[in-house]
Design a protein around this ligand. Structure first.
Ligand code: FAD
Length: 435
């Protein structure tokens, strides 16, 4: 194992770890990054949408050689019942811009590219190595890591925990609690391969234009969860995820949900004739602001999914991971530049920077949303989607019924399902959680 001492050790080579390691090495610090996978990205699962702005802040010319799939010109939101979907669809030629704002990516390829930039910046990247535990001194300060390699102790001034949602190292070292089942979703995803032209004609795309569909409703069978369909160049990512606590309660399985989602009449034609080459499952932190653990301590900081930094309302995770990794690195650099020790007090700068960024501001805005959707999942993911679908069908079907009567039928169906008090209560609770 490596004998020398490092300014920083970064555990994990996902979005957060790569952002932290890149920024630290780019600032001239001596960095060791440790990844248990065969290579960066080999263990990582994502839809995946990349948000350009957050990467651009570190690597402004990333578009020149990063493995990007399609730039998004369109986003669709579907509220589904068993046979239909009601959609909100935004498409704009403005997104065919010189520096597109969002891309689809394939994480295994993207993380490998990002890792090459980390190495070019000067960090040592050690793959196929698992950090087994954090090393603390007699005062409880983190001073390094113990790996599964022979003589596997390595020391550093600070350890950046970018180990993903499970966060086993942090919990083992009593830095935070194991995430609760109601605060994490289990998502499964498949990659469906089709010729490029088929994808472009099915999704109404040309060139490298891309589209993504986010779907909610009866597909999650009353559990809090969502599905997604993302168009890559020659593949389509299809997945669905729900809260672990809901899976435990209902006995449903993610695999069955995905199979049903793929068979839905709105989805099946998009996937017809495709070849499935990959199947993956992964957790997503969804507890929001109230589930964020302590973010720093003596000799350590935690970033990305390990810190539960995920905005499930907007389905953003990788951008929060990259931003937290970058800000943690900037904070460490500032402490180091002042020649100050990596104490909790000095590293609290990271938290202050994160609080001041979109990351904590967005999580704070939606702090009541996880609780509401969890408690009211039957209403928001089953009852309302069914009611909305019936109302839409009633609205568009022309059958000689006077419109006034149609409206009465729709209104009656809502009141029968939820009562006036229930409808007002749901609207107020939702509006409060959204503000
Ligand atoms: P990870 O990417 O999970 O990386 C953690 C790394 O740490 C891994 O490489 C792992 O191997 C390594 N590691 C763990 N423990 C150890 C150890 N002990 N020793 C050494 N290495 C270790 N976000 C978006 O922005 N857009 C999307 O479209 C999107 N879609 C998603 C779809 C799915 C199905 C899922 C599951 C997530 C999605 N997300 C999306 C969320 C996004 O993937 C995460 O927020 C992001 O990957 C978090 O990055 P991270 O670096 O914190 O963790």
């Amino acid at each position: 194992m490596i004998e020398e001492r490092f300014d920083a050790i970064v555990v994990g080579a996902g979005m957060a770890g790569n952002a932290a390691a890149f920024t630290l090495a780019n600032r001239g610090l001596k960095v060791l990054q440790i990844e248990r996978g065969e290579y960066a990205g080999s263990k990582n699962v994502q839809g995946a949408i990349l948000y350009a702005d957050m990467l651009e802040k570190m690597i402004p010319n990333f578009r020149e050689d990063a493995p990007l799939e399609r730039h998004l010109v369109e986003q669709r939101f579907w509220m589904m019942d068993e046979r239909a979907h009601t959609g909100l669809h935004y498409r704009s030629d403005d997104f065919n811009e010189e520096r597109p704002n969002r891309y689809t990516i394939i994480r295994a390829q993207f993380d490998r590219w990002f890792s090459s930039k980390v190495q070019e910046a000067g960090a040592i990247v050690l793959c196929e190595t698992t950090v087994k535990e954090l090393i603390k001194d007699a005062y409880g300060r983190v001073i390094g890591v113990l790996t599964d390699r022979d003589g596997g102790e390595v020391h550093a001034d600070v350890v950046v925990l970018a180990e993903g949602v499970n966060g086993l190292l942090g919990t083992k070292a009593d830095l935070r609690e194991i995430p609760k089942p109601e605060n994490v979703a289990l998502a499964v995803k498949e990659m469906h391969f089709l010729p490029r032209e088929t994808i472009e004609s099915r999704f109404n795309l040309k060139g490298d234009e891309g589209t993504v569909i986010e779907a909610a409703g009866t597909i999650s069978r009353g559990m809090a969860g969502m599905g997604f369909i993302y168009a890559n160049k020659e593949s389509i990512s299809v997945g669905i995820g729900c809260l672990v606590s809901d899976f435990q309660k209902t006995g449903e399985t993610p695999y069955d949900l995905l199979e049903r989602f793929k068979r839905h009449p709105s989805v099946a034609p998009l996937l017809e004739g495709s070849e499935v080459k990959e199947y993956a499952g992964h957790l997503i932190p969804e507890g929001g602001y109230n589930a964020v653990p302590k973010l720093y301590g003596d000799g350590w900081v935690v970033v990305g999914d390990a810190a539960q930094l995920n905005n499930f309302v907007h389905r953003e995770g990788s951008n929060l991971a990259m931003t937290s990794g970058r800000l943690a690195a900037e904070a460490i650099f500032q402490v180091k530049s002042r020649k100050d020790p990596m104490t909790a007090q000095n590293l609290s700068l990271y938290k202050a920077m994160l609080d001041n960024s979109f990351v904590m501001k967005d999580l704070k805005k939606y702090k009541d949303m996880p609780g509401l959707l969890h408690i009211q999942s039957q209403n928001f993911f089953l009852t309302y989607p069914q009611l909305v679908s019936k109302a839409m069908q009633n609205f568009v079907r022309v059958d000689g019924t006077p419109k006034v009567e149609k409206e009465k039928v729709t209104l009656k169906s809502f009141v029968a399902a939820r009562s006036w008090a229930g409808l007002f209560g749901d609207a107020i609770k939702f509006a409060r959680a959204w503000r």
